[in-house]
Ligand binder design. Structure first.
Ligand code: MN
Length: 496
């Protein structure tokens, strides 16, 4: 296997690195290399190879310097004598926070039933996402390299890790819209979980590959000529290969008959503006008859993970059925790199940090982005829709007894159902609880017995003049933390 080095990360960056970015990546590389010196992976490779591979994936999907540095350092805290404090001293709070987050995500309890194990995993992922989504993205990159080197583990571990990847990591990558990682995770898991079908699909698809490649290249030429004749600025047009796993999913639906899968070959067209997408669609349809019921406008109606594109299936050149996907460059980047693409565009929006970007200082922004968090809740209902056993597990709604509320700064507070601003205040700090005089939910004043709903931003209003809680709060406080604190203070007060 090829030995990776620092330059492989630099070459994978989406744009030439600034001096500052080059420096933090180089320093993290040197630091990690020293920390892991002498350690080997099960594959026999130097441990640093795993760290570099993880960082390389992060560079490929467009993540920033700090995230790539954290990717290089992600196993340092857990597997070497180097402490988190040293990481913070050398690379700052943000990088240390991410490394710590990845380490914590890795510490999974193996006790309990299958369901409990998965639900615990999902819960952790959710919390990590809410705290700093970059932690989860590093974890996905880490998992991708672990999957690529899975051959070196025992068959037992291969099964467990592949299953976890298919059921948890791939759906999360999908949910975050990182198609690039999702596809690879699925194909790699597929190979271990169902080798028989994997190799079958691989063979069927490879057999027809040469012929499809010739056809797609011809179709690209014809389409490009047609579009340019009509004055469309074609930024890019390329063939898209369907992944093995999604081909298999399709094949299952069509009695394993490959001739019935229409989107096995697809052409992807990138144009400058949204208006160009619709214009290009019209030109394609004028020349090639579209198939009824196969036009999907995900620009007007994006998929739940934000995916945008127009899909149409046409009777293309040579009268053969062909899928055409039309989108702008921004939509394309978001489809490949998902939430990660926001960093590329976040630069342009002059946002400072991710937290600011997601939770923003502006209220409209908070509302908009919290919708995204709410989507995460729906996502748990969607994962493994076809997997009966897993659906069984998900029936135990893991949000059933919990809600997540946010401070105006974007910190997440986990509370029981029907919790109130009083519970929220005590969950932050007992002093804040004791001096609470009012509360706002999503910017509006609410009574203190307001039942907080999932995803709300709660702002607690305190007063220096209030030193003790109101005993009446006991009537509606839900958490034992709040109740105990209120009782303790009122008892003391009565004694005096
Ligand atoms: Mn790792």
């Amino acid at each position: 296997m090829k030995q990776l080095g620092l330059e492989d990360i630099m070459k994978s960056l989406k744009k030439p690195p600034s001096e500052q970015r080059r420096r933090i990546i180089t320093e993290a590389y040197e630091f990690a290399k020293k920390a892991h010196a002498g350690q080997k992976r099960k594959s026999g490779e130097e441990y640093i190879q795993h760290a570099i591979a993880t960082a390389k994936v992060l560079a490929e999907i467009g993540m920033g310097g700090k995230t790539i540095a954290a990717g290089l350092l992600h196993d340092v805290d857990e597997d070497t004598p180097v402490t988190l404090e040293e990481i913070e001293k050398n690379f700052g709070k943000e990088v240390a926070f991410m490394v710590d987050g990845v380490t914590k995500l890795g510490k999974i309890k193996l006790r309990g039933s299958h369901e409990e194990y998965y639900l615990e995993n999902l819960r952790k992922m959710f919390l990590a996402m809410a705290a700093d989504i970059r932690v989860v993205i590093i974890k996905l990159a880490d998992r991708l390299h672990n999957m690529r080197t899975l051959d070196h583990l025992s068959p037992d571990k291969q099964q467990r890790i592949a299953r976890e990847t298919m059921e948890i990591f791939a759906p999360i990558a999908n949910r975050l819209g990182i198609g690039e990682i999702k596809t690879q995770l699925q194909d790699l898991s597929f190979k271990y979980l169902d080798p028989e079908n994997y190799y079958y699909v691989e063979e069927v698809i490879t057999k027809s590959y040469k012929e499809r490649e010739r056809y797609v290249n011809q179709a690209i030429k014809d389409l490009k000529k047609e579009l340019q004749k009509e004055g469309i600025d074609v930024l890019d047009i390329h063939g898209r290969a369907k992944s093995l796993y999604s081909s298999y999913e399709k094949l299952k639906k069509y009695d394993m008959d490959i001739n019935r899968i229409y989107d096995l070959s697809a052409v992807r067209l990138i144009v400058p503006e949204i208006a160009d997408c619709y214009e290009a669609l019209g030109i394609v349809h004028k020349k090639y008859r579209p198939m009824v019921g196969r036009i999907k406008d995900y620009i007007s109606l994006p998929k739940p993970n934000g995916y945008q594109s127009i899909h149409t299936t046409i009777f293309g050149p040579e009268g053969r059925i062909l899928e055409v996907q039309i989108r702008t460059q921004k939509m394309h980047d978001e489809a490949e790199f998902g939430i990660a693409a926001h960093w590329i565009y976040a630069d342009k929006m002059k946002k400072k940090t991710w937290k600011e970007y997601i939770f923003g200082a502006k209220k409209e922004k908070i509302e908009k982005e919290l919708k995204w968090v709410k989507q995460l809740r729906e996502w748990q209902n969607e994962i493994g829709r076809d997997d009966e056993e897993f659906i069984e597990g998900l029936r135990i709604d893991f949000f059933k007894n919990h809600i997540f509320a946010f401070t105006p700064r974007g910190d997440i507070i986990e509370l029981p159902e029907e919790a109130t601003p009083v519970d929220f205040a005590y969950a932050i700090h007992s002093e804040i609880g004791n001096s609470t005089v009012g509360a706002k939910a999503d910017g509006k004043m609410v009574p203190l017995d307001h039942k907080i709903s999932n995803g709300q931003v709660i702002e607690i209003i305190t007063s220096k003049d209030r030193k003790i809680p109101n005993p009446d709060w006991l009537k509606f406080a839900k958490t034992s933390m709040a109740k105990t604190a209120i009782r303790r203070v009122t008892r003391k007060e009565n004694q005096q």
